[in-house]
Each structure stands twice: as structure tokens, then as C-alpha cells.
Design a protein around this ligand. Structure first.
Ligand SMILES: NC(=O)c1ccc[n+]([C@@H]2O[C@H](COP(=O)([O-])OP(=O)(O)OC[C@H]3O[C@@H](n4cnc5c(N)ncnc54)[C@H](O)[C@@H]3O)[C@@H](O)[C@H]2O)c1
Length: 336
């Protein structure tokens, strides 16, 4: 298939691009570089030895989206383009609503106009209500507690409405838990512009001396060691879930919309991750405990049984492999 990867130069998108190219698909990547770097184009080509088209395009502008659809025969869209920092979304909600919703509306309008029927949307575990008991199933109650999560929730609702309208659009929604890790080549990884908001890129920058110390937000949660528990998943496993999701939608044309949790089903605390990272880097993670961060919940982990069964997808990597690949990426980046 010829897949448009919207936001495809970012952390997750670049790994999906590699998986798709290595499995016989063609890709077109569109990204405005707001949170990614142009060098990623070469890294993807180097890993896969394959060519693809790249559009430096802000997808908030319909004419830019239209140009991509007019110039290419697209069979499906994977929509990753958006802002993703929970804290920033609380300070600048309109920026989040504008970017995350308008890019989606533009993509859907062009899909309708150019007869493209399949969209795979990058949703998030943050769409679930915090009061649900763990592990989360797809049937659990939705109720995001911050503007970022609400953009994901509204987009899911938008996709439901679009499908229900009788248009040809078919949607598959993957609710990612906490992607970490990097490609084994060390050429792709999580390299956000500015100070990282996520745990692993932050730790990686601490152990390589670019940041001083990791702040662990709260050690008084009702969890085994008091720090927050999340479901960390290797980004390569996550990318593989996209291949399986496309395959599923291709083989089951009667499915109009479906939702899947993409996590390992295991919860690890922040201090578990610090320990695992210390094992691979020789104990260099400096951290301090600070106050809880608003918007954080004690625990969040998935029941991935539906994706295991229906998509035939299973996470393969363990937590030490995830940390080792991050460390490898950070070191290779520094050596460049
Ligand atoms: N990383 C996570 O922890 C996580 C968890 C759940 C869901 N998600 C979602 O998965 C998607 C990908 O996440 P990621 O971690 O790769 O983030 P990322 O920031 O690395 O990738 C997103 C990409 O979209 C691009 N982009 C943003 N706005 C754009 C616009 N208007 N036009 C064109 N490109 C635009 C950015 O430049 C970036 O390259 C996001 O939608 C995110 O919300 C991520």
C-alpha cells in the first residue's frame, strides 16, 4: 500500500516508516519539523535502503494537505501529526486544539475528496477516565483530564461521526501507552526539540551529561514504591502494531471502525525504570524526588488482550532492552 504518514518524521512515525518500508509498503511522509529534524529522512533511507517522498508541510493548512493528495495516489493515512506534551497543553490549550483537530479535519476532508478510505489514528491512554481500575480495556470509561487528552478524545469522536455519516472512511484507533526505546541501528530514537517532557529522553540526557538531574514527580502515590506506574512499550513493538492494524483492516473490509490498546500489560514504576536504565549505563542516572505534577495519575497500564487476539500482535521487548536501545541511541547521536 501507499501510506501517507502525517507527522512521520517524529519519534513514533519514523519507526513506523521503517517497518512499513521493510515490509513492502511505500510511504510518503509529511511533517512540519515542529518537533522533528530533517536528518531523520536520511536515517530512514539509510536503515531501509529505500526511497520515499517527503513534504515539509504544516498540515493545518488545507492547501498543503491538498497538494500531497493531488500529487500522489494514497491508499491509507497514518495520522501522527500533533502536539503531545500534557503540561504545555494545560498552558496553551488553544494551540493544542488548533493543531491536533485542524490537521485531522484537513486530512479527512482530503481523504473524502480523493477517495482514500483508510485512516489509522494515534490515540493515547490519556483518553481513559482516571478512576477506572487497572488494567484498562477498550470498553473502559473515557474521560481525559487534560487538554491534550481531550484533543485525542475529540478526534476519536470525530472519526466515529465521520464513519457513521455513511462516508467511505474506515478508521482504526490505536491507544498507545508509553512508547520508549529506539531503533537497534541507533539512528532513530526519541529526540524532541527542547527539554524532553517524557521520562526516557530525559534520563538519556541526564546520563550523557546534557541535563543535570531527573526530577521524579512524587513518591507518595499508592503504588509499590510510591512513584507513578506506567505501561512502557518498545517503539519498535508499537510500530509493528501498525503493520498488523493495516493488515487487519485490509482483510476485514466490513470493519468500519475499531479501537485497540497498544501496551504490554505490565506496569513499571519510575524507579523501576531508573533501576533498569542504571543496569545498562552503569549507574549514572541521577534523580531527585520532587512534588507530584498536576494531571499525573498513580497508575496507567493496559489490558492488551484485544490487540493480542484480533490483530495477532504481541509486544516482544522487555524493559532492559528498551532502556539499552535508548542509551545506544543517545550515545550514537553524541558520537555523530
Ligand atoms: N510518545 C508518546 O508518549 C505518545 C503516547 C500516546 C500517543 N502519542 C501520539 O502519537 C503521535 C506521535 O507521537 P510522537 O511521540 O512520535 O511525537 P513527535 O512529536 O515525535 O511526532 C509528531 C510529529 O508531528 C509533527 N507535527 C506536529 N504538528 C504538525 C503539523 N501541524 N503539520 C505537520 N506535522 C506536524 C511534528 O513535527 C513531529 O515530527 C502523536 O499524535 C502523539 O500524540 C504519543
Amino acid at each position: 500500500m501507499n501510506i501517507l504518514l502525517a507527522g512521520g518524521l517524529g519519534y513514533i512515525g519514523s519507526h513506523i516508516a521503517v517497518s512499513l518500508l521493510e515490509n513492502g509498503h511505500d510511504v510518503i511522509i509529511a511533517d512540519d519539523l515542529s518537533n522533528s529534524k530533517i536528518e531523520v529522512v536520511d536515517s530512514i533511507k539509510k536503515i531501509t535502503n529505500k526511497e520515499f517522498k517527503f513534504y515539509n508541510a504544516d498540515l493545518k493548512y488545507i492547501e498543503k494537505v491538498e497538494k500531497i493528495f493531488a500529487e500522489n495516489k494514497i491508499d491509507g493515512v497514518i495520522h501522527l501529526a500533533g502536539y503531545k506534551a500534557v503540561g504545555e497543553s494545560c498552558q496553551q490549550p488553544l494551540m493544542y486544539y488548533e493543531n491536533n483537530l485542524i490537521t485531522t479535519i484537513n486530512l479527512l476532508k482530503c481523504m473524502r475528496k480523493y477517495g482514500v478510505d483508510l485512516i489509522l489514528f494515534s490515540s493515547s491512554a490519556t483518553v481513559y477516565k482516571a478512576s477506572n481500575t487497572m488494567p484498562l480495556t477498550e470498553a473502559d470509561e473515557l474521560g481525559p483530564c487534560n487538554p491534550y487528552g481531550r484533543t485525542k478524545y475529540f478526534i476519536e469522536e470525530m472519526l466515529k461521526d465521520e464513519v457513521a455519516s455513511g462516508s467511505n472512511i474506515r478508521a482504526i484507533i490505536l491507544r498507545y501507552f508509553n512508547p520508549i526505546g529506539a531503533h537497534e541501528s541507533g539512528l532513530l530514537g526519541d529526540d524532541p526539540n527542547g527539554i524532553p517532557n517524557n521520562l526516557l529522553p530525559y534520563i538519556s540526557r541526564v546520563v550523557t551529561g546534557k541535563l543535570e538531574v531527573l526530577s521524579v514527580f512524587g513518591n507518595d502515590y499508592p503504588t509499590p514504591d510510591g512513584t507513578g506506574v506506567r505501561d512502557y512499550i518498545h517503539v519498535v513493538d508499537l510500530a509493528d502494531a501498525h503493520l498488523k492494524a493495516i493488515d487487519y483492516m485490509q482483510k476485514n473490509k466490513d470493519i468500519k471502525i475499531d479501537f485497540f490498546n497498544i501496551g504490554t500489560g505490565k506496569g513499571y514504576s519510575v524507579l523501576n525504570i531508573v533501576d533498569a536504565y542504571n543496569k545498562v549505563c552503569g549507574g549514572k542516572v541521577k534523580y531527585k524526588i520532587v512534588a507530584r505534577r498536576s494531571g499525573d495519575v498513580a497508575e496507567l497500564y493496559a489490558n492488551p488482550a484485544k490487540a493480542n487476539k484480533i490483530l495477532n500482535w504481541h509486544a516482544k521487548y522487555d524493559i532492559e532492552e528498551m532502556c539499552a536501545s535508548s542509551y545506544n541511541y543517545e550515545n550514537k547521536k553524541d558520537a555523530k
